[in-house]
Design a protein around this ligand. Structure first.
Ligand SMILES: CC(C)(COP(=O)(O)OP(=O)(O)OC[C@H]1O[C@@H](n2cnc3c(N)ncnc32)[C@H](O)[C@@H]1OP(=O)(O)O)[C@@H](O)C(=O)NCCC(=O)NCCS
Length: 193
C-alpha cells in the first residue's frame, strides 16, 4: 500500500515533481460541467443546486483538474498533473471528481481496494462532497470485486478521521512515525460486502 491517503499526502513514488497549479479557480471543467458557471474565485464561488457537488468518474483526461483540486485541498503537498496521469496508467486506478472542488483516487486489485487520496478544496468543505466522493469510490471498488477497502490517515487529522468513521471505517492499526518522527498514521478499513 502506498499510504497516500493521508493528511500529509505524499506524492506517489516515481512521480515527477511539478509546481502546484496556480489556483483552485483555474481547474478546467470536467466533462459534463459545462452548464455550470465558472467559479469567480476560490473563496466564494456559487454552488448551483446539486450538480457541482456530485461525483463524476475521473480519468487521465481530468489530470489537470484533479491536480488543481488536489492543490486546493492539500496546500502543502499537492500532487502534480503528471503524477496523477501516471496513476491512471494503471488500470487498477479509478477516481471521481466533484467540479465544485473535490476528488478521490483509489485502486482495487485482488479483492482489496485502497483510497489513495481524497480531498475537498477548503472553500467547498462541510457540504457533503467528501462523503459523496467516498461513497462513489466504495461503490466502484465493490463493482471491481473488492471485498475490503483500507486507507491511511495522519493520526491528528481529525476531520478526515471523523469522515471515515461516519462512513463506517474502523481503525485497524497504527504505523508509528509513518509521516516522520512523532507523526503516526492510522490504518482504517471497512468491508464492502
Ligand atoms: C477531510 C475532508 C476530505 C472532508 O471533506 P468535506 O467535503 O468537508 O466532508 P463532508 O462535508 O463530506 O463531511 C462528511 C462528514 O465527515 C465529518 N467531517 C468532515 N469534516 C469535518 C470537520 N472539519 N470536523 C468534524 N467532522 C468533519 C462529519 O461527520 C461530516 O458529516 P456532517 O457534515 O454531517 O457532520 C476535507 O476536510 C479535506 O479535504 N481535508 C484536507 C485533505 C485531507 O486531509 N484529506 C484526507 C486525507 S486522509
Amino acid at each position: 500500500m502506498t499510504g497516500a491517503g493521508n493528511g500529509d499526502n505524499s506524492a506517489p513514488a516515481a512521480a515527477p515533481d511539478q509546481p502546484a497549479p496556480a489556483g483552485a479557480q483555474d481547474w478546467p471543467a470536467p466533462a459534463g460541467a459545462q452548464d455550470w458557471p465558472a467559479p469567480a474565485g476560490a473563496q466564494d464561488w456559487p454552488a448551483p443546486a446539486g450538480a457541482p457537488d456530485q461525483p463524476a468518474p475521473a480519468t487521465a483526461a481530468h489530470a489537470a483538474a484533479l491536480a488543481a483540486i488536489h492543490a486546493a485541498a492539500f496546500q502543502d503537498d499537492p500532487w502534480s498533473e503528471a503524477a496523477i496521469a501516471t496513476l491512471f496508467e494503471n488500470p487498477t486506478t479509478f477516481g471521481f471528481i466533484a467540479p465544485a472542488g473535490g476528488l478521490v483516487l483509489a485502486r482495487a486489485v485482488a479483492g482489496e481496494a485502497e483510497i489513495l487520496t481524497i480531498g475537498v478544496a477548503a472553500t467547498a468543505r462541510r457540504r457533503g462532497i467528501a462523503r459523496a466522493l467516498l461513497g462513489a469510490a466504495l461503490a466502484e471498488a465493490r463493482g471491481r470485486g473488492a471485498e475490503t477497502v483500507f486507507l491511511e490517515v495522519a493520526a491528528d487529522n481529525d476531520a478526515a478521521i471523523r469522515l471515515y468513521r461516519a462512513c463506517l471505517f474502523r481503525p485497524a492499526g497504527r504505523r508509528r512515525d509513518y509521516y516522520g518522527p512523532g507523526r503516526d498514521a492510522l490504518l482504517f478499513t471497512r468491508p464492502l460486502s
